[in-house]
Design a protein around this ligand. Structure first.
Ligand code: IMP
Length: 188
């Protein structure tokens, strides 16, 4: 899917495909430099379904250090657009995290409540370390002081789609990050 397929539904592009990939290469190099190669087991990259599929696929391919991948699906109680911080695990990891260096890979940090809960949950299982990489962050929306170790781009407080992010399950397969025209939401 590309901008042409969006027609008038696309408002504007915030992060192009090229910008995202350039930044992910930089982040991968930082991760390679930060990984503790003396650890007993390889880095465990944990992607948060479904939005992190694209960033997980691209970021991990730029990382040279050996790693394993696993996935979690979580759902936040609350309304559909804002998370409440009360999180339910829909799909848990298949991997034992005790003693592992974990890299949580997320699409966007909005309030930060989901990641705050997730990092505490992984730490309580005995992870040796928990770091976070997020393609996007909305600094104006943060409600908790969650430390995001690797951030692709800080973006304004706007609802975005593409690069894994959806509106009503659509637009995840856009290669860039953009905003939607008001008529898509039923407003003018
Ligand atoms: P948080 O707990 O508020 O940080 O929620 C993060 C989750 O909300 C993300 O992983 C997304 O699934 C979703 N989300 C937050 N902002 C957006 C957006 O602008 N577009 C699409 N999904 C979003």
């Amino acid at each position: 899917m590309d901008a042409k397929d969006m027609g008038a539904d696309l408002d504007r592009i915030l992060v192009t495909e090229e910008q995202m990939h350039t930044r992910l290469r930089e982040i991968a190099a930082q991760i390679d430099a930060d990984v503790d190669n003396t650890a007993d087991s390889p880095l465990l990259a944990v992607g948060v379904l479904r939005g992190a599929v694209m960033v997980m696929a691209d970021l991990t391919r730029y990382i040279h250090t050996p790693l394993e991948m696993d996935w979690m699906a979580v759902s936040s109680y609350g309304n559909s657009t804002k998370s409440s911080g009360v999180v339910r695990i829909l799909k848990d990891l298949d991997t034992e995290v005790a003693g592992r260096d974990v890299l949580v890979v997320e699409d966007v940090v909005d309030t930060g409540l989901t990641l705050d809960w997730l990092t505490k949950n992984l730490a309580s299982r005995g992870a040796r370390s928990v770091r976070i990489a997020a393609a996007l962050r909305k600094p104006e929306c943060l409600k908790v002081n969650v430390q995001v170790d690797y951030v692709g781009f800080d973006i304004p407080d706007e609802f975005v789609v593409g690069y894994g992010l959806d509106y009503q399950q659509r637009y995840r397969n856009l290669p860039f990050v953009g905003t939607l025209a008001p008529h898509v939401y039923g407003a003018e």
